[in-house]
Design a protein around this ligand. Structure first.
Ligand code: HEM
Length: 368
């Protein structure tokens, strides 16, 4: 059924409410009777960023709503993947835009910088909402001067950001979805048992190759065996639940053991048609994480070029603070790190015939 159109013919200017948007660039330098040419660019670029942040939040909310459902089927995941792809395409623009701002020289910036204090991107409510909706671990937040990041926001913004801390986020919903996956149970055995034994066979085989290699001197063998032990230890982290829990307690790992198993299964058997959409979904989350990190790097490089070692208008240590958040504010690092535990296709446990059939070409994951 086609939607009924209102009688009034739309006028471009009105439909887009350009009157409001195009009259929202009021230069502080003009208000102070000391016009600074580059302040126009500075305002417009921030406004454009905020509009894109709005679109990112809109897409994130829709993906969060998909994962809040009781039933998630394959077409839901494919919708989520296409919305997340939209976010990654926007992020590429966000990174590119830094170059436009860099056409402003540090001297041009000094013409109006003092008129901004204490405003700063640090106070962007939408940026904080994005961090929280993605699922940034609040314990990992880097703050300067041990002050909560919300204290720099006004009361209303602070409340909205606080609410977003308490609401469902993409990391937690992804974790719950992974934990519910039906693909781990392989009838008489399980993916995990088979994976463990495949890893153990692979490691034993590698060790024999080292020990039996006639071209290695005893000294070289010792070095290779030591390296091999380290690899064995790293696998222990996913295979041994105690090791896993220790890593979670120390903050080195966040994803639950069950969810880690499911994510690994998806990564290892991504060639199975049924696991392809879940694989794309996990990949997109890693892409989003990486692109935000890339934006943060690009922003901090621009900042250090623009203000050197000066403190920021928001009062932080400037580049020093931004380098820390770039390093620490990652959300889907565990998924990214799962590649440590991949094993070659030739060592992968063969899927039992029944599991292959059960996988079929369609799935439906229901809340328990
Ligand atoms: C001349 C250009 C810019 C300079 C010199 C600059 C400088 C800074 C500095 C020093 C900080 C740390 C907080 C503070 O003390 O103020 C900061 C944070 C931030 N800026 Fe910029 N910035 C610029 C442009 C932008 C633009 C165009 C955006 C886009 C929205 C932006 C977004 C942010 C965000 C989101 C933060 C918080 C980052 C975090 O807490 O990890 N900045 N900026």
């Amino acid at each position: 059924m086609t939607k009924k159109k209102s009688n009034k013919p739309e006028y471009y200017q009105d439909y887009l409410e350009l009157e409001k948007i195009l009259n929202s660039q009021n230069l502080n330098s003009d208000k102070n009777n000391q016009h600074a040419h580059d302040e126009m660019l500075f305002i417009i670029i921030h406004q454009v960023y905020e509009l894109w942040f709005k679109q990112i939040i809109y897409e994130l909310d829709s993906v969060i709503n998909i994962f809040l459902k009781d039933d998630i089927n394959e077409s839901n995941i494919s919708t989520a993947v296409s919305r997340l792809t939209r976010i990654t395409e926007i992020q590429k623009i966000l990174i590119d835009q830094v170059g436009v701002l860099e056409t402003m020289t540090p001297m041009d910036f000094l013409d109006f910088r003092d008129l901004l204090v204490p405003a700063s991107g640090f106070q962007s409510k939408q940026f904080r909402l994005i961090e929280n909706k993605l699922g940034l671990d609040q314990k990992k937040r880097f703050t300067y001067g041990n002050t909560n990041y919300k204290t720099y926001l006004n009361q209303n913004d602070s409340k909205d950001v606080q609410d977003s801390e308490n609401q469902s986020n993409l990391f937690i919903l992804m974790e719950k979805w992974l934990e519910r996956t039906p693909f781990l149970n392989w009838g008489n055995t399980s993916f995990w048992k088979e994976y463990e034994s495949a890893v153990s066979n692979m490691l034993n085989n590698d060790l024999s190759i080292i020990k039996e290699n006639k071209n290695f001197s005893n000294e070289e063998k010792k070095i290779h065996i030591k390296h091999h032990k380290n690899i064995e230890k790293s696998f222990g982290v996913v295979i041994d639940i105690n090791n896993h829990n220790e890593m979670v307690n120390s903050g080195e790992w966040r994803l639950s053991h069950q969810a880690t198993q499911a994510a690994l299964l998806i990564l290892l058997y991504r060639d199975q048609p049924i696991l392809n959409n879940p694989y794309q979904f996990l990949t997109k989350l890693v892409d989003i994480d990486e692109l935000f990190t890339t934006w943060r790097y690009r922003h901090v490089l621009m900042v250090s070029r623009m203000i050197g070692r000066k403190i920021g208008t928001g009062g932080s240590t400037g580049s020093k603070y931004l380098n820390k958040t770039t390093e620490k504010h990652r959300v889907f690092q565990d998924i990214n790190q799962l590649t440590t535990f991949l094993i070659p296709r030739s060592s992968l446990p063969e899927l039992p015939e029944k599991v292959k059939n059960d996988f079929g070409f369609y799935y439906h994951i229901r809340k328990k």
